[in-house]
Design a protein around this ligand. Structure first.
Ligand code: ATP
Length: 192
């Protein structure tokens, strides 16, 4: 399999239920030779493997996940303390991203996720676009969000709240047409 550097990396960030996956789906339909990966899944997979747990149940929103959430967070923090980008590299490997020219990280959460691509020598020839999806609290509530202590107040959800160097900020409160009008310049830039 080809082991190439990506031409473009999109880092998608935003609060829960702002529409990250929705926007990634729309972008994916207009792009080719791409891969979408997430940080959250490999953390759960690796945690399940190391602790002999049921990965599928960790992925869904049952009590199982809540029982283990704190333990999983502490475990992942210990790994990150030694190597902040461990899980990012893991998801890149697991998704065979190195055969694709466009990479989309659909849940960038921390400054180190952005810096991994923006500041590294490895990606100096890659166009890295940090994209913040934004939606009002009212809209997010309509989409199923409610504030959860221990989730919405943690670094995994707030780590990029004060980041200001976004290449694009997408307002996902409006119509389909509004959204597409905002995504078009990104698609155009990638395809240029
Ligand atoms: N512009 C939109 N128009 C209509 N529905 C939308 C729009 N954006 C998002 N949604 C819907 O809102 C819900 C939440 O969106 P989505 O799953 O993309 O959010 P998310 O930011 O990825 O959430 P999470 O952080 O929980 O993974 C989904 O049902 C999605 O289809």
């Amino acid at each position: 399999m080809a082991n190439k550097k990506p031409k473009t990396v999109l880092l998608i960030s935003g609060k829960r239920k702002c529409g990250k996956d929705f926007c990634v789906d729309l972008l994916s339909k207009c792009l080719s030779d791409l891969v979408v990966f997430r940080i959250a899944s490999p953390i759960k997979r690796q945690f399940a493997k190391d602790h002999n747990l049921d990965f599928d149940r960790l992925l869904d929103a049952t009590l199982y996940k809540e029982d283990y959430r704190q333990q999983m967070v502490e475990w992942s923090e210990r790994i990150r303390a030694d190597d902040p980008n461990y899980f990012l590299r893991l998801t890149i490997d697991e998704s065979n991203a190195k055969s694709k020219s466009i990479w989309i990280l659909s849940d960038a959460r921390r400054l180190c996720d952005v810096q991994y691509f923006k500041s590294s020598e490895e990606f100096k020839d890659t166009r890295v676009l940090a994209i913040r999806i934004s939606a009002s609290v009212e809209t997010r509530v309509k989409r199923g969000w409610s504030f959860t202590v221990g989730v919405d107040d943690k670094e995994t959800e707030c780590g990029l709240d004060s980041y200001t160097d976004w290449d694009f900020v997408i307002d996902n409160d409006g119509s389909d047409e509004d959204l597409m009008n905002q995504l078009q310049p990104i698609i155009k830039l990638i395809n240029s």
